[in-house]
Design a protein around this ligand. Structure first.
Ligand code: ADP
Ligand code: MG
Ligand code: ZN
Length: 476
């Protein structure tokens, strides 16, 4: 089978839950941990005679995202009703944006390639069905929670690229603090559409849509499965049917959704209860000024200004909090490379073993900066630095205090060291003989002996220098 005959074409729809306190069109709290059906009111339950009101905070978060994704904001957009009948949708329609979305024509860059964003719009979430045994229960707490839908052009060409796009999008959204983007909790739901076409062909092939992908791994595996399936159909001369498939992560297969959930005719029409959404330029300007430096901009600084390699920079910018912590530490230690190494290995090691995010890391940037400066200035050895780090983690005390108390500061008066070196040379006549006969590798043994006696207080290079000096001076 010549699989390279076809190329994959992928476009994505992503639904992001916005981090607001209240719902999209009513004052109910956005809070799922509460008792089912406790955060509901006549508006989000769709009772007759109620009127929705737009949540300004949700609008601001959506504009912020659209600007960060390089979109054009439509100064006038409007809401529409999307009708379908389902137990988790009490109104019988979802309020969304259809013909006039909030924003259009953006892009996200991954590895220098632009993935175009077709549109970004606001809408409300539905409730949640909980299936247990032969019963289905419905929880309306999620009903009316604000979402943004972000739709790309079909610019993605592989499952790997799809995952990269989602990773970058999630980073941007969390840097903006518009969403927690927890895929398992459903804050970030993606539905890729995929089709195949012959390499060189410009027309799009027949696509299928994948649902139920609640991790980046599922996205990758789901797309790989579907690309394989379509490749087989097409190479055997068959036709792909346009349909929606549900990914099953246990069997690692995608099966068509039952057809009654596929109803295509949503009978969209303008929402008569909401006026058009008018966004003044002053609001756009205000929101633009609140956008922080985004991950790729920060990566450029790390690579160009601080000469970090790409891999290190990628790790540091993974979350805004981690990048902020890095920036705070380098205010207290000028050796940026040393700071990067410590953050990537030691600090991340602690975060992983204790399973905490960086904002719960107990060592403040100035305390860590002081420790690293002491290492950088060779006031302590790296080994002593790691011991002190452990001690800081346990006690929260400052590096210099611990170093002094434990006698870990490298002494600059070398009298004691010289005394110990002389002693060690005398104690090891046989080794010294070997050295004099030309076996200079035994120097390492003597250095080790001395370091053991001084308990790591002195730098190995300095000890080695001094021993060679004595051995050469006292040549018979
Ligand atoms: P719908 O109205 O069915 O949701 P859209 O035109 O909004 O369709 O497209 C949904 C997503 O599917 C977009 O990300 C789009 O880029 C992508 N898409 C559309 N057609 C194709 C295709 N033939 N192959 C792959 N992706 C496609
Ligand atoms: Mg669509
Ligand atoms: Zn409500």
């Amino acid at each position: 089978m010549r699989t390279n005959q076809y190329e994959a074409v992928i476009g994505m729809e992503i639904h992001v839950q916005l981090k607001t306190r209240s719902k999209m069109f009513c004052a109910c709290a956005v809070q799922f941990k509460d008792r089912p059906n406790s955060n509901v009111c006549p508006i989000c339950l769709g009772l007759p005679g109620t009127l929705p009101t737009v949540n300004l905070e949700a609008v601001r978060l959506a504009i912020k995202t659209a600007l960060a994704l390089n979109c054009t904001i439509n100064k006038k957009s409007s809401f529409a009703r999307k009708h379908y009948f389902y137990p988790d949708l009490p109104k019988g329609y979802q309020i969304t944006q259809y013909k006039e979305p909030l924003a259009v024509n953006g892009h996200v860059e991954i590895n220098g390639k632009k993935i175009r964003i077709k549109r970004l719009h606001l809408e409300e979430d539905s409730g949640k069905l909980i299936h247990s045994g032969r019963e289905s229960l419905v929880d309306f707490n999620r009903c009316g929670v604000p979402l943004i839908e972000i739709v790309t052009e079909p610019d993605i060409r592989s499952p790997e690229e799809a995952v990269q796009y989602l990773g970058e999008l999630k980073r941007i959204l969390t840097y903006l603090n518009v969403s927690d983007c927890d895929m398992e909790k459903g804050h970030f739901r993606c539905e890729p559409n995929v089709s195949l076409r012959k390499v060189g062909e410009t027309q799009l092939g027949v696509r299928t849509e994948l649902k139920n992908l609640n991790s980046l791994r599922n996205v990758k595996e789901g797309l790989e499965f579907e690309i394989n399936r379509q490749t087989k159909i097409l190479t055997q001369g068959g036709k792909v049917v346009q349909e929606t498939l549900l990914w099953d992560e246990k069997t690692k297969t995608a099966l068509p959704m039952r057809s009654k959930e596929e109803s295509e005719d949503y009978r969209y029409f303008f929402e008569p209860d909401l006026p058009p959404l008018i966004v003044p330029q002053s609001l756009i300007n205000e929101i633009q000024s609140e956008i922080p430096l985004l991950p790729q901009a920060r990566k450029k600084i790390l690579v160009n200004k601080y000469q970090l390699n790409e891999e290190s920079a990628d790790i540091i910018i993974e979350s805004k909090e981690f990048a902020d912590y890095f920036d705070a530490v380098i205010k207290h230690c000028s050796n940026v490379q040393l700071v990067a190494n410590w953050l990537i290995t030691e600090v991340r090691g602690v975060l992983n073993t204790q399973n905490i995010p960086i904002n719960e890391f107990p060592v403040s940037p100035d305390v860590l900066g002081e420790l690293l400066t002491m290492i950088d200035r060779k006031e302590i050895t790296i080994k002593a630095g790691k011991m002190i780090f452990e001690e800081i983690l346990k006690t929260g005390r400052r590096a210099r205090e611990i170093a002094e108390e434990k006698g870990l500061l490298i002494s600059f008066e070398e009298d004691t060291l010289i005394k110990i070196i002389k002693e060690t040379i005398q104690e090891n006549h046989d080794v010294v003989e070997k050295y004099r006969k030309g076996k200079t590798t035994v120097l390492g043994f003597l250095v080790g002996e001395v370091l053991r006696k001084v308990k790591g207080k002195f730098l190995p290079q300095r000890v080695s220098e001094l021993i060679s000096k004595f051995l050469n001076e006292s040549q018979p």
